[in-house]
Design a protein. Structure first.
Length: 153
């Protein structure tokens, strides 16, 4: 009997640990100064690809690096407004991928999605919105390695 209980507890513990909703990245990095322009925030170049910024029709700026990766940056008045904006304008693209998650964990709003070889990760840092989009794991990892407002745990 004790063995069965131990086995059940072990299985449940393993399951709960594997379902940890915490982001796999360190997002507790101070945000950019309030007087920053998008060009001050995203890297001007990643490897040999120079940033090509496009202003989105709903607000914010997305910098494209080649054909396979981009960084989106937007600044709102408050963190609450940033989360609402993210949910309204950015989540629909995340939801279009086959595997996705969004929510608040440890007072940090973030979303992640992948599918069809694409990998997206976005979060709200105080009143800033950041979104990294790669068309492959390699492209996504280049973004993480070159964007100063995210790091690996």
């Amino acid at each position: 009997m004790n063995r069965n209980i131990f086995l059940i507890i072990t299985i449940l513990t393993t399951f709960l640990i594997s379902c940890n909703p915490s982001p796999e990245f360190n997002l507790n990095i101070p945000p950019p100064p309030d007087n920053s322009w998008p060009e001050d925030i995203y890297p001007p170049k990643i490897a040999t690809d120079t940033a090509v910024p496009i202003t989105k029709e709903y607000g914010g700026t997305e910098a494209f690096y080649g054909n396979d990766k981009s960084i989106y940056v937007a600044r709102m008045s408050t963190q609450v407004e940033a989360i609402s904006f993210f949910q309204k304008y950015i989540l629909p693209e995340f939801d279009s991928l086959s595997s996705n998650y969004n929510g608040i964990v440890d007072e940090q709003f973030y979303a992640k999605a992948n599918g069809n070889g694409k990998k997206y990760f976005g979060w709200v840092n105080h009143r800033y919105i950041f979104v990294l989009k790669g068309n492959s794991d390699k492209a996504f990892n280049e973004l993480v390695d070159n964007f100063k407002y995210i790091s690996r745990k």
